[in-house]
Design a protein around this ligand. Sequence first.
Ligand code: SF4
Ligand code: SF4
Length: 474
Amino acid sequence: MDLLRWPVVGPFLRWRHARTSLQLVLLAAAVVIVLHGLVGPDLASTNLATVLTWVHYRGLLVVALLAAGNLFCLGCPLVRVRDWGRQLHMPRRAWPARLRGKWIGVALFAAVLLTYELFDLWALPAATAWLVLGYFAAAVVVDLTFRGASFCQYVCPVGQFNFVASTVSPLELRMRDANTCRTCRTADCVSGRKAPAGDTALRPRVVQRGCELGLFMPAKVGNLDCTFCLDCVQACPHDNIALASRVPGAELADDRRRSGIGRLVDRVDLAALVVVFSFGALLNAFLMVAPAQALQGWMEHDWGLSRASVLALLFGAGLVVLPFGLLGAAAFSTRALTGDGAPPGLVVRRFVMSLVPLATGVWAAHYGFHLLTGLLVVVPITQNAVLDLTGAPWLGWPFWRWTGLRPGSVFPLQAGLVLLGAFGSVAVVQATAERDYGARMWRAAAPWLMLTTLLAMTALWILFQPMQMRGMGP
Ligand code: SF4
Ligand code: SF4
């Protein structure tokens, strides 16, 4: 199935200005978030900055990833602003070679999770607005200094989240016909389409950029590092790229060399990103429930620690110590059970990708909870904002009773998402063990299946706990 061939959807996606129109919609939302965050009410549950950012944006982002793919990178307004900036100043420098990789993105991803908890950002409209402004400023500074999509590829923590989660999306960009690519002489999908000869003098002018992330379509495998920008679709002179359906998550057990990425088992930074993505999902959900609040209170009062120290300890334990111990134990068990002499780090890198489906299920269960229980609250807040701004109820008096589903009614969906993710992780463990261990596959897989079960049970236990309400109606 190729979405680019569908009626209505296909022509829209292939339209030259499709991306720009999506970017303008999200840019308008960002402007609303910043303005209301800075001049609107201080109460988080009545401000569009906090509600749209922490309830709707995060929830819809995960829904889009699971339903289609990396749509929020496709419509990212930062890239729109950056492109306007590049009309004034085109950067010439390449991103420094020693900073290539995901380490900056991994560190910022963990920092965002910690900052969100430490400063209670969901409760601070003005801080949320400044965070959005800071994000725009960082993207513009990086991408007006370095060419290509340096910010997306190496810096943006949201982008890194999207790249990992999009490995379980049902769609991917891929070549339509291998023979056409084999005989292709231009590789415009990655280098960009040039103006016809004679149009310019010495250097051919690029009239349609190719893949800014360096993904060469014939060697592209899966969705990692793909922003779904569709530049390659516009650039390919042979109309040889499809937005095709696929088995979600199958790429996690695919160890072919990937364009722009290499082999997954060689990438320690990608393994670290998956660890933060996976254990961060559990930690982020855990910090919302009553036992976590009790634990933090106990550590603050009995140990005499500040809140920042307590969170630093919990993040260190949750994102470093615990993963190190659990993944190390599973790797040593696989070695012992199979007689495999591979270094433990290599065994971890073979299997760590299997955590992604379960972790995506946990993120979806967590963010889906906030989205569904606070879905309608945007209506009365918008009515109230118009009332504040104009002094007249042009959209009616605020329907403050509009919030969303009752929290209890969302639980079956949350549990279903976690279980679905766990089944996906089991399938990836099985495929990885079969690929690397052949007849010894079940011995190799056993520790990782136990780890998947342990993490899934932990996630279900967290879901059973009473959650704090954030960003809900008054
Ligand atoms: S995707 Fe298009 S531009 Fe890229 S190699 Fe294949 S035919 Fe050439
Ligand atoms: S140009 Fe690159 S990043 Fe954009 S959709 Fe194509 S492969 Fe993905």
